[in-house]
Design a protein around this ligand. Structure first.
Ligand code: NAD
Ligand code: DAU
Length: 340
């Protein structure tokens, strides 16, 4: 089988490529990535020379380019990770999110229709369900929870999901969708909570916690997300949505304190800053469907996953130092200048 993995130079996509090459060495893989600020070829260093792996630079929203790629490669499966993925950036610049996340998804599916495909998989997010109240720990997102988005990012992801389901119903395109909770692990871009806090703590810099820090996220080690997508594309049922999460809810403040403790740093570094506009309070996934239908269960407990993640950032300083010394610095200043 030949898979095109879009967004494979990003955080989850690169982890997924390592997972696939390890577990399916008989398959062929083409990584299609635009290499935006979030795409990093050094994340793929370990697979670049593999004979069954190829990297192609391009934009999923570029119709001519995508069609010529499909014509040439004749893929069996598309896994679409490519997206603008950061909520804060979507608040600063929403339009780019519409172009990549909505139009890009439509272009990929049109190419699937034109050239034929065994499976199109859309990597979506729990953010399409909006948020849950903090005082109702009994509530969880299921696959039938209504879509109710808060940010331009989540609205663009929900739009893409609706388009994917429409292509299934109208054109019979063999699609699946996964909606996962917050991932963490190696190659996570430093703008996101966990790597940002690890790197700032290592530099004894302020740790900017939005609002009161009680917002809850449901953290999943990235390899567990990869194993879920692997099962869905190979054994999941066409037209179905699968929620992915491991019942691991933590407040932002708790996550930050765990990181500080592991690094032996003082909690005095915690700095409460102006809240994110429209900030979702709590995410919590009910993964019963994927467990019952496909037998998926997460393998990594948070206590072990966060230790492995911190160790990875300590062992791979070159990877993130190159990022934080470049363009990213300008984003950081713009984002946090008037907040800290
Ligand atoms: P990321 O920002 O780290 O990576 C995105 C990748 O997509 C980058 O390599 C970037 O260069 C590429 N890309 C962006 N625009 C492109 C375009 N127009 N054409 C081709 N490539 C393009 O994102 P991530 O955190 O790895 O997330 C991957 C996917 O998983 C996204 O669709 C996101 O919505 C979803 N998701 C993420 C999480 C999470 O916690 N990070 C959780 C659930 C779902
Ligand atoms: O739930 C899945 C989603 O998780 C994915 O769809 C998104 O692509 C991914 O970016 C992530 O979104 P979040 O907004 O939850 O992740 P982020 O790391 O940006 O923030 C996590 C929480 O931490 C959130 O409540 C905001 C807070 N935060 C974040 C940053 C960057 C802070 O308090 N301070 C910060 O500096």
């Amino acid at each position: 089988m030949k898979l095109i993995i879009t967004g494979g130079a990003g955080f989850i996509g690169s982890n997924f490529i390592y997972y696939q090459l390890k577990h399916h060495p008989e398959d062929e893989f083409v990584c299609l990535d635009k290499l935006t600020y979030a795409g990093n070829l050094s994340s793929l260093k370990g697979v670049m020379e593999q004979p069954n792996f190829k990297f192609v630079r391009g934009d999923i929203a570029d119709r001519d380019f995508v069609c010529s790629l499909f014509k040439r490669e004749k893929p069996d499966i598309i896994v679409n990770f490519a997206a603008e993925s950061h909520v804060d950036r979507s608040i600063l610049e929403p339009e780019l999110f519409l172009k990549t996340n909505v139009i890009g998804t439509g272009v990929l599916m049109d190419a699937c229709r034109k050239y034929g495909i065994k499976r199109y998989h859309q990597v979506s997010t729990d953010e399409v369900y909006g948020d849950l109240p903090l005082d109702r720990p009994d509530l969880f997102f299921t696959e039938t929870t209504p879509l109710h988005t808060s940010s331009p990012y989540s609205a663009s992801k929900a739009s893409a999901d609706l388009l994917v389901l429409a292509y299934h119903r109208t054109y019979g395109l063999p699609v699946t969708i996964s909606r996962c909770s917050n991932n963490y692990g190696p190659y996570h871009f430093p703008e996101k909570l966990i790597p940002l806090m690890i790197i700032n703590a290592l530099h004894d810099k302020a740790l900017p916690v939005y609002g009161d820090g009680v917002n809850v996220r449901d953290w999943l080690y990235v390899e567990d997300h990869c194993s879920a997508i692997d099962l869905i594309i190979r054994e999941g049922h066409e037209g179905e949505v699968y929620n992915v999460g491991g019942h691991n809810e933590k407040s932002n403040l708790d996550v930050v304190k765990i990181i500080l403790k592991a690094l032996g740093k003082s909690e005095d570094l915690i700095t409460f800053v102006k809240d994110r506009p429209g900030h979702d309070r709590r995410y919590a996934i009910d993964p019963t469907k994927i467990h019952n239908e496909l037998g998926w269960l997460p393998q990594t407990k948070f206590v072990n996953g966060i230790a492995k993640t911190i160790e990875w950032y300590l062992d791979n300083k070159d990877w993130w130092q190159e990022i934080i010394s470049g363009e990213y610095q300008k984003y950081y200043e713009k984002m946090y200048k008037n907040r800290i």
